[in-house]
Design a protein around this ligand. Structure first.
Ligand SMILES: Nc1nc2c(ncn2[C@@H]2O[C@H](COP(=O)(O)OP(=O)(O)O)[C@@H](O)[C@H]2O)c(=O)[nH]1
Ligand SMILES: [Mg+2]
Length: 510
């Protein structure tokens, strides 16, 4: 049956190859995830086709949301330096486009189904989520989503999502559901507004669904609010007014966190009449664009740290949560079985004693049972009775074992917070309490000193990866990276550590 196992193996191999080009450190991390997979399978925690690696989103996800015609697609084309997205089309024809890198040298469009069915992509099983909020819409997944591949080098190691506006009423619920889902999964969310109407009704929808629902999030600093098309304010030269009006509109919905920017697209911009104004606008545009691009680059770095963090957390979870729960299980289970069986034996002994005393079969300290001679003399009866006794005792013993295992399992499973992992925990508990496993084995099934050492090594490795990532990204000597002062670097490094510690990132659950 080895060939079946290869499916997940192949997938991990592909991932490894892909990451080798993008980020060699992460491709080593895949190896460690494999090691954790092996350990987890021996513990019974993972099935053959499951992997901890598929629970990790490997590519940073940057989504571009906002109202229709705010210039989202134009921005993406400009960012990619590639004419990928149709610009200025009707909202009705518009879909969410998940944009991934390809080295095929030509772009390709795949139906939404490709995204729904592949756990490597961020929108895996999105149709289920849609079905929950809009019955019947889940099967029309292709009407909402598409996968686009693009050979732009700038895209390497990232996934972008371009989104439609919120105009079409019929598809509203599903569109909003997908939007929420995408926001949850994203590492960075660019919310686009346009300076042509910074506070009018057309923006209310966007404000309500993007701003109001997101201000209280823990990850609210992943939102960048972008006022686009500010070139339209050039001729009246009232950028400050328009910007202030926009900020007020955002504040009205409670937005205080996150950063805001003002930009425009040079190629789509209306001509500037005044040279001074033009210079000012170009300055503003250049500054804000580079700030936005820097955040986008930063996201890849953060994601690398987060993946390594995820590796360590998975190892810790296995050790502290899975293995220690199994150990507690075994202890409690053993105690329960011994206690129940002890009580039964004590009860039987007491009953026997009481009956024999009452029957007057005791002569001093020796017991004279009337039928004992018969039993002792005939070996058939003797061994027959013994066999029956053993069978009954065995039956009772194994019934008690499995009853106690069920009881203890139920108690321990109630502690588990993540319902997705319940079947895994249950399977591991079951594996450690199979009938052939002695009650007195100190370790859970699949766990021992060697496995423990292997796990230790994964934790050590993940610390080493952090060091490597630090060397690669923070560059303490500051020789090559002249942009950051040492103070900024220290801040950057501490921000990365916070990201690593605080946020496990979105999970693709399979
Ligand atoms: N004046 C001006 N027009 C823009 C700018 N960015 C995009 N546009 C135009 O706005 C229209 C809508 O752009 P598009 O990218 O399709 O918007 P989307 O619906 O948000 O994807 C197109 O006709 C673009 O040429 C900008 O910065 N300034
Ligand atoms: Mg568009």
């Amino acid at each position: 049956m080895m060939f079946k196992e290869n499916k997940i193996n192949q997938r991990l191999k592909k991932l490894e190859q892909h990451l080798k080009q993008e980020n060699p450190i992460l491709s080593e991390v895949v190896q460690n995830f494999r090691e954790l997979d092996r350990i987890s399978r021996r513990l019974g925690f993972l099935q053959r086709e499951e992997s901890h690696a598929t629970r990790t989103p490997w590519w940073p996800l940057i989504s571009i949301l906002g109202i229709y015609s705010a210039g989202k697609s134009t921005f993406i084309n400009n960012f990619l330096q590639y004419d990928l997205q149709a610009v200025g089309i009707q909202a009705v024809d518009d879909k969410f486009s998940v944009i991934c890198f390809t080295n095929d040298n030509k772009e390709r469009v795949l139906p939404g189904l490709a995204l729904d069915a592949d756990p490597r992509f961020p929108l895996y099983k999105i149709s289920q989520a849609i079905e929950e909020v809009a019955a019947g819409q889940g099967e029309h997944i292709d009407a909402y989503l598409q996968l686009k591949t693009c050979p732009s080098e700038i895209l390497r190691g990232k996934i972008l999502i371009d989104s439609p506006g919120f105009d079409a009423d019929a598809q509203r619920t599903s569109t909003l559901r997908i939007t929420d889902h995408i926001i949850d999964l994203s590492d960075l969310v660019l919310v686009f507004f346009d300076a042509r109407h910074p506070e009018t009704g057309s923006m209310r929808d966007t404000l309500e669904h993007l701003v109001k629902t997101t201000v209280n999030r823990r990850d609210s600093n992943k939102f960048l609010y972008i006022l686009n098309q500010i070139d339209v304010t050039a001729n009246e030269d009232n950028l400050e007014e328009v910007f202030a009006a926009w900020q007020r509109a955002l504040a009205q919905y409670g937005l205080t966190a996150g950063s805001s920017y003002a930009i425009y697209n040079e190629n789509s911009a209306i001509p500037f009449e005044n040279e001074n104004v033009r210079a000012r606008f170009e300055g503003k545009r250049a500054a804000d664009f580079s700030a936005i691009y820097r955040r986008i680059e930063q996201v890849s770095v953060e994601r690398a740290y987060r993946i390594v963090g995820m590796l360590e957390q998975t190892a810790q979870m296995l050790r502290q949560d899975v293995v220690s729960r199994l150990q507690r299980f075994i202890e409690r289970w053993r105690r329960k079985v011994l206690w129940v069986e002890g009580s039964i034996l004590a009860g039987l002994a007491a009953a026997f004693l009481a009956l024999t005393v009452w029957g007057g079969y005791w002569e001093g300290i020796s017991l004279k049972l009337p039928f004992w001679d018969l039993v002792a003399r005939n070996i058939y009866i003797k061994y027959g009775l013994l066999a029956i006794l053993i069978a009954v005792a065995g039956y009772v013993h194994f019934s008690i074992r499995s009853w106690a295992a069920r009881k203890v399992t139920k108690k321990l499973l109630a502690e588990i917070k993540d319902p997705d992992l319940l079947p895994n925990h249950r399977r591991a508990l079951r594996k450690s309490s199979r009938w052939w496993r002695s009650l007195f084995l100190p370790n859970p099934a699949g766990w021992g000193r060697r496995t423990s050492a292997r796990m230790e090594k994964v934790v050590d490795d993940s610390n080493a990866y952090i060091q490597k990532l630090n060397d690669e990204y923070t560059n303490p000597s500051g020789e090559e990276n002249g942009e950051l002062s040492s103070e900024e670097q220290a801040m950057e490094a501490s921000r990365l550590r916070d990201t690593l510690r605080g946020n496990t990132g979105p999970c693709i659950s399979s």
